[in-house]
Write a protein of this length. Structure first.
Length: 352
């Protein structure tokens, strides 16, 4: 059996209140997650959309680092085509030091072509940019001087005065639903957070561990210092005293969140995301889990059995779900759902 862990995922999407209030409420959610013993607070990076009111994850996570003590923190993920890698190296080192070594470094090429286009970046050409940025990032986090010459980036003998708290560098994470990207992450030992129905995630999990095992002893492998990576999935979660109360809260919250996650795509006449984010799909495939603690325990038991994942990033705050209800949901989850999975979990696969 594989032990499982739970974390928090947050888009920091716009709600009905003022922006400063949204930030303070999310900081309090992070404090509650810290007290509850969840593993990590993951923050998305989005731009030009109400889905992401924390377009600078490092800035937001720095505030979280000062309000929490144990929970790990990380972007999921930093959109590498939008960063100067040298500047990102410095921010990573600062955040890892300020958090006392709690940084979990999610990196990504970006899922939305429309967000990248706002910065003049063509989504079709991001793979070579990403690959070079990763090479620069690793070099800058592990050496005293940075030398690199590529097609997109060039650095000549740049002194690196900052170092990360964690050595050689914080664990890498990669959010993806792409089978080829899953194999990329497995070869390099990244932690992964995927999405979609459990039955869709299952083949990704199996191919990840096969590939991870085949490459675990490769020389020079990235994230080779991470002995037991996590392969998880994102789930929206609302726990209430009754199934009926949770259903009402979930419908209202999902309606607003759905408008936010599709707004920029719809502005360009693109309805590609509609199917996997609409209410009926989310409920049928339990990517949105809601109900009494007993019902949510059953949903998670099915998820682990069907997916083979060893991690779940739970979104407790989204849409117009009132802050008090989100905190209540998280506490019910920690007290009455998490303990059921403390020592058991998914069927054994080929992994630690």
């Amino acid at each position: 059996m594989t032990q499982v862990a739970f974390g928090v995922f947050d888009w920091v999407d716009r709600n009905a209140g003022p922006l400063h209030q949204l930030y303070e409420e999310r900081l309090r959610v992070a404090e509650a997650a810290d007290a509850a013993g969840l593993f990590c607070y993951h923050v998305a990076e989005h731009h030009a959309t109400p889905l992401g009111m924390a377009p600078s994850p490092a800035l937001f996570l720095t505030a979280l680092a000062q309000r929490t003590r144990r929970i790990h923190l990380g972007p999921l993920g930093a959109l590498l085509p939008l960063y100067d890698p040298l500047r990102l190296i410095e921010e990573v080192c600062m955040l890892d030091q300020l958090s006392g070594g709690r940084l979990e470094l999610g990196i990504s090429r970006g899922v939305s072509p429309y967000e990248l286009a706002c910065f003049g970046v063509d989504a079709a050409g991001t793979r070579p940019i990403f690959d070079e940025a990763v090479a620069v990032l690793v070099a800058g986090l592990t050496r005293e001087r940075l030398n690199f010459e590529g097609k997109h980036y060039r650095y000549d003998n740049v002194p690196i005065e900052l170092q990360p708290f964690q050595r050689p560098y914080p664990p890498f994470w990669y959010p993806t639903r792409n089978p080829e990207s899953v194999l990329y992450a497995a070869r390099h030992g990244y932690n992964v957070v995927s999405g979609g129905p459990a039955a869709v995630v299952r083949p990704y999990v199996e191919s990840y561990w096969r590939t991870w095992e085949a490459h675990r002893n490769d020389p020079g492998r990235l994230s080779g210092h991470v002995a037991a990576p996590k392969f998880g999935a994102l789930r929206q979660v609302i726990v209430a005293d009754t199934d009926e109360a949770a259903l009402e809260a979930a419908r209202d919250a999902h309606t607003t969140w759905y408008r936010s996650i599709t707004k920029l795509w719809h502005a360009y006449g693109d309805h590609q995301p509609d199917t996997i984010f609409n209410w009926d799909f989310c409920v049928e495939h339990e990517t949105l889990m809601f109900g009494s603690p007993a019902r949510v325990r059953e949903q998670f038991a099915r998820f682990f059995e069907r997916s083979g994942c060893n991690y779940v990033a739970c979104a407790f705050s989204f849409g117009t779900l009132p802050h008090a209800e989100a905190l209540r949901s998280l506490r019910l989850f920690a007290d009455e759902v998490m303990p059921a999975f403390a020592a058991a979990a998914a069927p054994a696969t080929t992994h630690p």
